[in-house]
Design a protein around this ligand. Structure first.
Ligand code: ZN
Length: 133
C-alpha cells in the first residue's frame, strides 16, 4: 500500500455537510459524484496532499444509510492507494483478511475499489483503491 488515499465520512445531508466542511477547511469541495451502484452521492475536499470524501446515501439500502442507522454520522472508512488491486486482494486474503467483493468495483474518482470487512481489521472499514486514470 502506498499511502492513505482518502478518509470517508458518512453524512445525512451532503449539502449541509459540504457547507460545514468548507468552513472547516476554508475552501469548498472540488467535486461531487454519484455512484449509483453503491447508492451514494459523494463530495471531495483537498486538504494539503490528503482528500476527505463525504458520503450521503441515495436510497435506504445504501451501505451509508445502514451505517448511519446503526452508528450515526461520522468516520466511515479509510482508503489506501494501491498499485495493483488484484495482487493486493490476493495477498490480503492469504493473510486472513476478509475481502468483501470477489472483484473490484468501479468507485468514485475513477478508482477501482474493494473493501475489507471491519471484523478482520479491528473495527475499521478499509477501502483499497487503484487509480484508473
Ligand atoms: Zn472512499
Amino acid at each position: 500500500m502506498k499511502k492513505i488515499e482518502h478518509i470517508g465520512i458518512a453524512v445525512k445531508n451532503l449539502e449541509e455537510a459540504n457547507a460545514v466542511y468548507a468552513k472547516l477547511f476554508g475552501k469548498p469541495h472540488y467535486k461531487t459524484e454519484e455512484v449509483a451502484s453503491e447508492g451514494v452521492k459523494t463530495s471531495f475536499f483537498k486538504v494539503g496532499d490528503n482528500k476527505i470524501e463525504l458520503l450521503e446515501a441515495t436510497n435506504e439500502n445504501s451501505p451509508i444509510a445502514k451505517f448511519i442507522e446503526k452508528k450515526g454520522e461520522g468516520m466511515h472508512h479509510i482508503a489506501f492507494d494501491v498499485t495493483d488491486i488484484h495482487a493486493e486482494m490476493a495477498r490480503l486474503k492469504t493473510e486472513g483478511f476478509v475481502v468483501l467483493n470477489e472483484e473490484p468495483k468501479k468507485g468514485a474518482d475513477n478508482k477501482l475499489v474493494v473493501f475489507l470487512h471491519p471484523k478482520s481489521t479491528n473495527g475499521v472499514l478499509v477501502e483499497l483503491c487503484q487509480s484508473t486514470d
